[in-house]
Design a protein around this ligand. Sequence first.
Ligand SMILES: NC(=O)c1ccc[n+]([C@@H]2O[C@H](COP(=O)([O-])OP(=O)(O)OC[C@H]3O[C@@H](n4cnc5c(N)ncnc54)[C@H](O)[C@@H]3O)[C@@H](O)[C@H]2O)c1
Length: 370
Amino acid sequence: MPRAADYPLESAIRQSPPLNINKAADDTWVRDKTIVITGGASGFGAGYLKRWAAAGATVVIGDIDVEKGDRLVRDTGKRTGNKNLHFFYCDVTDWQSQVQLFKDAVKVSAHGGIDTVVANAGITDPDPTIEKPEGLDGPNPPPPNLAVLDVNLKGVLYTTHLALFYLPRNPGSSPANPNCDPFRIHRDRHLLLLSSMAGIWPLPAQTLYATSKHAVVGLYRNLRSSCFMHGVRVNLICPYFIDTPIVTTAGRMILAGGAVGKPEDVVEAATRFVADPRIAGRAVIVGPKLKVAQNENGEWDLMEREEESGEKQAIWELYAHDFEDSELFTRNIIRIMNRVTEIRGWAGWFQDMIKAIKHGIRIRLLQEAG
Ligand SMILES: NC(=O)c1ccc[n+]([C@@H]2O[C@H](COP(=O)([O-])OP(=O)(O)OC[C@H]3O[C@@H](n4cnc5c(N)ncnc54)[C@H](O)[C@@H]3O)[C@@H](O)[C@H]2O)c1
């Protein structure tokens, strides 16, 4: 049985080693970058804008909330003195709207390119009808409302598609390389995806939201094994409940008495990813700041008393579905399939070709017969 160690996939796909979680981000590495953020008018997006504006980056936000976006850019510009902050209307569910956002970003970029794209826009399910199939026995059964998939999945796929076009065309940037010297390379090509803890575990009553966020984890896992071919690095953040406007009153009631995270910890994690050109193919979860320790059984215990040793932390590296398990499985399947093909040889190929031609003729005859 082959072992994961026999296949050093991490180096083949240029995945960087595990993060040093205790190290703070170096904001000076963000300075010369042009960064595009979808859904940047509120919550995390607003937090990224404020921090990266203060660090001297060119930041372009696209959002459907024109009033909030305009005001945020104006106020942050005044406070930081950064004149390279821009708001453009963008509805991520509308392809032309996103195309225009990327074109506008290139236009306002001092170096004519985009260094980082943050696919951040997201909504929760305003109308969770998928599990309430009322009216289906009527004469015109209504379809479920899939708006959350439009924003959280279709929107993110549009953003990714555009990012993979614009990032490799970023003039003067270096292709992503985990072994680069971060003191020399400030401008590279980076896509940061936003999923959620609901991308790795269920979130009852928000089925479509959790489905969309699982899909973003899937997107990330696929991209990180192919993005290096475009010289693009991809990373992922999966926040737990964090205090932003997306958390509804009902959500806050359910969480009452528990722990909720702070947006600045998500901004810190994102800054780490954006700033450091060596980080590629890594994912973190961000939650409330807690002090925990591993017991002798390898389980995590909460350190409740202040005097107990250890630092509080909000950012944790996420190893879920890592290559060690999943990619070995894929490799084994492919190996077996290739072996079958080898054994069947040219005779097998010839038989299958005849079958395929017969299939084509049959379909054609059926179509012609109406
Ligand atoms: N806050 C949390 O607890 C939490 C947890 C896990 C994941 N997330 C994810 O983080 C991301 C940011 O969320 P947030 O907490 O900052 O929420 P938020 O509601 O404060 O911000 C989301 C922004 O997206 C914008 N937006 C919505 N639909 C859009 C569209 N069609 N086109 C463009 N922009 C649109 C909104 O106007 C808003 O400005 C989302 O993808 C969210 O799912 C948040």
